[in-house]
Design a protein around this ligand. Structure first.
Ligand code: PFF
Length: 470
């Protein structure tokens, strides 16, 4: 560690900058808010028993996610290059090893794999725009709605068709460059999504089952929580905030000097968490009102929301709009997944943005077939965690992202010297800085390590803690 290193060299990003702070906030929020909030959070909360899971998830988001988000942004702005180069040069400047570049490489690989399954689910959302608009769900009952979902997910050609479209539109925006492609999109879509969620919330509040949903989500019942549930909560904190794989680091590279990283991160984390909770409060009343199972898994929102739309006045309109916005939310998220890789290929390998995006898209598209087949041709080919999709999802969210996040927080907290981090956070060395540093150096790494040990040993940490308690 070199305590003499200060902000003497300020690099310029090679890919331009965000035009305003708001543009950056919207871009990171656009990346954070996506299928993770609306599709994944409710179903994993449902599978893991609700309240206790939600509580652990919130703890992970604020105690681990928030300091790591600040770390990623500050490292990104410090290096002002793609995550691989940034980790290498900042590592060297701080007297560490060049090998930190491996964290960036791991992130690039994770991003391609995330997009491979994300685009399949986003494809379903796009297909639902048309089924909702066409009135398929009007007055449908739970079993009819389920069979519409089964027809889509069970038909690999149809799923592959929508998966292909989603990969193509993602590549198209990334090829244009993040600012030009993305800024315009998120400024309108994020607020629109929020308004629509509030409309749906009003519907759910009037469903008669709102109280039951609130209780399910907020009354912790720790007997329903398993060690692997704790790992899922931690993994989801990374996934939902787009952390641990360099996406936010890549965006941080385009952040103007002087913009406050702390307040920006707090806003993003609050917005992301608020939207996830909102999604849960919309979906669970529908689940309970219709006697559905809360642990229906990845199909949950596709089997619950259409029921609500089928019953509410103006449901065709609201439902169509909802799936349009969900597809857009997925789109603004998917861009960040391959941005680290595209920036790396263009900066380090001299490959044009458009070509790089195309190559990555093709790669991701092929891998995505594994997920497409997970609901049909390969449905019964299960191993380790389950289907191909289950395995990719597990390895990414519960292994790669927490490990990436662990490395990033160790890097910002232990490898980078105080001067560099306080300079980059522009907050002096007062209480705010001390809090961040404490969380980044101790709380976040220890939490991630404990959770990984707990889950891989099937409950060693909780056994130990309960022994001490006795
Ligand atoms: N945060 C996104 C979501 O919750 O849907 C998922 C995601 C986006 C993960 C971008 C990683 C990433 F780079």
């Amino acid at each position: 560690m070199n305590n003499q290193t200060t902000a003497t060299v300020k690099r310029q990003s090679l890919q331009g900058q965000w035009s305003t702070r708001l543009a950056f906030i919207l871009a990171v929020t656009g990346s954070a808010v996506g299928l993770g909030n609306i599709w994944k959070f409710p179903y994993i909360a449902g599978e893991n028993g609700g309240g206790a899971f939600v509580l652990i998830y919130l703890l992970c988001v604020f105690m681990v996610g928030l300091p790591i988000m600040m770390s990623e942004i500050l490292i990104g702005r410090r290096g002002r290059r793609n995550p691989v180069t940034t980790m290498r040069i900042v590592g060297e400047e701080e007297g560490g090893s060049r090998k930190w570049a491996l964290v960036g490489i791991m992130g690039i690989i994770a991003g391609v794999f995330i997009l491979s399954f994300y685009s399949v689910i986003a494809g379903w959302a796009m297909s639902y725009v048309f089924s909702t608009a066409g009135g398929s769900f009007v007055d449908a009952d739970a079993s009819q709605v389920k069979s519409i979902f089964d027809q889509l997910s069970g038909n690999w050609k149809l799923s592959a068709f929508w998966h292909t479209i989603f990969v193509v539109i993602t590549v198209a925006v990334v090829a244009q460059g993040v600012q030009r492609g993305l800024e315009r999109l998120v400024k309108i879509l994020m607020p629109a999504l929020l308004v629509l969620l509030l409309v749906l919330l009003v519907f759910s509040m009037n469903s008669g089952y709102f109280g039951q949903a609130v209780e399910f989500m907020f009354r912790p019942n720790f007997s329903a929580l398993t060690p692997s549930g704790v790992l899922v909560a931690l993994g989801h904190a990374f996934f939902t905030l787009s952390l641990g794989m360099g996406a936010v680091m890549a965006y941080g590279a385009y952040l103007p000097e002087g913009t406050s990283i702390a307040s920006t991160s707090v806003i993003v984390v609050l917005a992301d968490t608020g939207i996830a909770l909102l999604a849960g409060l919309i979906i669970f009343p529908v689940v309970f009102a219709n006697g559905l199972e809360s642990d229906a898994g990845p199909g949950l929102i596709f089997q619950t929301l259409p029921l609500a739309f089928g019953q509410m006045p103006g449901g065709v309109f609201f439902g169509t709009l909802f799936f349009v916005l969900l597809s857009f939310a997925a789109w603004t998220s998917s861009i960040g997944m391959i941005e680290p890789a595209v920036a790396w290929m263009s900066e380090s390998k001299g490959i044009k943005r458009g070509v790089a995006a195309g190559i990555l898209g093709a790669f991701t598209w092929v891998i995505g077939f594994g997920t497409v087949f997970s609901w049909n041709l390969w449905q019964d080919k299960t191993f380790f965690q389950g289907t191909f999709f289950d395995n990719i999802d597990y390895l990414i969210s519960n292994v790669a992202l927490p490990l990436g996040g662990l490395m990033i927080t160790i890097f910002a907290g232990w490898v980078m010297c105080r001067n560099s981090t306080s300079d980059e956070l522009n907050c002096g060395t007062g209480q705010m800085y001390k809090t961040w540093r404490f969380l980044a150096r101790y709380v976040a790494p220890v939490a991630v390590i404990l959770v990984l040990i707990e889950a891989s040993s099937g409950g060693m940490v909780s056994d130990f803690l309960s022994k001490i308690g006795d």
